[in-house]
Design a protein around this ligand. Structure first.
Ligand SMILES: [Zn+2]
Ligand SMILES: [Zn+2]
Length: 339
């Protein structure tokens, strides 16, 4: 098969690789489209994310779906031909975290496109049969791939326990901010305020779940008095996190999604006296069934997020395009033209 392989910082080349063989409980998926994620861009341009370092050839890409074209020994052949979204994680299912329902925190996790595990910018991938989720034909290939970042938004809303009539503040109007905002609306939040420094991103986010978009420099006082039920940071930027914490009502939730600054000075007395719940988000647990339903019913707009499309020969362009703040989502169509 053809695979776009990262061979060094800012270097990818298409190589021939053997088609992977599915394990007994796995399926072989012919890849349709793959969304470009900020983490892919980070590995490509910096060669690392924190202590996860690219040390050898690596296939990037983890926002993926396609068609089942092979099954392992224990998987029924009726699955052949099914269109599926791939949940790009393989937890061990045996450790305490897995048993407790926190498989996203499994210390033995094998995750696509995280060194040294290859991802999906290639023609075929394998996935556990129960993590290859059947999708309706009404979803485009791109939308099927974008169920992965939507899952991050759904998981963030779960961690924030957002519900009916809630007021949610989101920092960052990029693709994850959009997923969070759309998931917030789907969960019943009636006010979703998104902040971003870039005006065109603020205008655009109004089509992706935000009820209002604010410039944090001009609207600091308004944000501070918001009394939000939940704040979700999708920037990793210290000023955004600090102003967000200050905007949450007593008993509310602060959810950190964006990875940026490694450490920050946090107003711990405010967190204590307001009894704020402060938590991170790392991937997701059991989100695909909900993500598929939101996309199927039109509660979220995934196709509208796609700002550029590439093929397997131009993955480097796709990765560089996605680092442009005005790009919402770049997609690599592996199986051919857009579907
Ligand atoms: Zn991603
Ligand atoms: Zn485990």
């Amino acid at each position: 098969m053809r695979a776009s392989v990262m061979t060094g910082v800012r270097q990818v080349e298409v190589q021939e690789r053997p088609v992977p063989t599915p394990g007994d409980d796995e399926v072989l998926v012919r890849v349709g489209s793959v969304g470009v994620c900020g983490s892919d861009v980070h590995y490509f341009t910096a060669g690392r994310i924190g202590d996860m370092v690219v040390t050898g050839p690596l296939v990037l890409g983890h926002e993926v779906g396609g068609t089942v074209v092979g099954v392992g020994r224990d998987v029924p052949e009726s699955r052949l031909g099914q269109r599926v979204a791939v949940e790009p994680q393989k937890p061990c299912r045996r450790c305490r975290q897995c048993h407790a329902g926190r498989m996203n925190l499994c210390p033995h996790m094998v995750f696509y496109a995280t060194p040294p595990v290859d991802g999906a910018f290639c023609e075929y991938v394998t996935a556990p049969a129960d993590f290859a989720h059947p999708v309706p034909d009404s979803l485009s290939d791109a939308a099927v791939g974008l169920l992965e970042p939507l899952s991050v938004g759904i998981w963030a809303m779960h961690k924030a326990a957002v519900g009916l009539g809630d007021r949610v503040l989101v920092a960052g109007a990029g693709p994850i901010g959009a997923m969070v905002a759309m998931a917030a609306r789907a969960r019943g939040a009636t006010e979703v305020v998104v902040t971003d420094l870039v005006q065109s991103r603020r205008e655009r986010i109004l089509s992706f779940g935000a009820t209002r978009a604010l410039d944090p420099r001009e609207s600091a006082a308004e944000i501070a008095s918001m009394e939000a039920d939940a704040f979700v940071d999708c920037t990793g930027a210290t000023p955004a996190v600090l102003s967000g914490i200050g905007a949450v009502r007593g008993g509310g939730a602060v959810v950190l999604v964006g990875l940026g600054a490694e450490t920050m000075d946090i107003p711990v007395q405010l967190v204590a006296t307001r009894e704020l719940t402060l938590t991170g988000v790392f991937r997701y647990v059991d989100t695909w069934p909900r993500a598929i339903e939101l996309a199927r019913t039109g509660a979220v707009d995934l196709d509208g997020m796609v700002t550029a499309r590439y093929d397997l020969d131009s993955v480097d362009e796709a990765l560089l395009a996605d680092s442009d703040p005005l790009s919402m989502k770049a997609v690599v169509d592996v199986a051919g033209g857009p579907r």
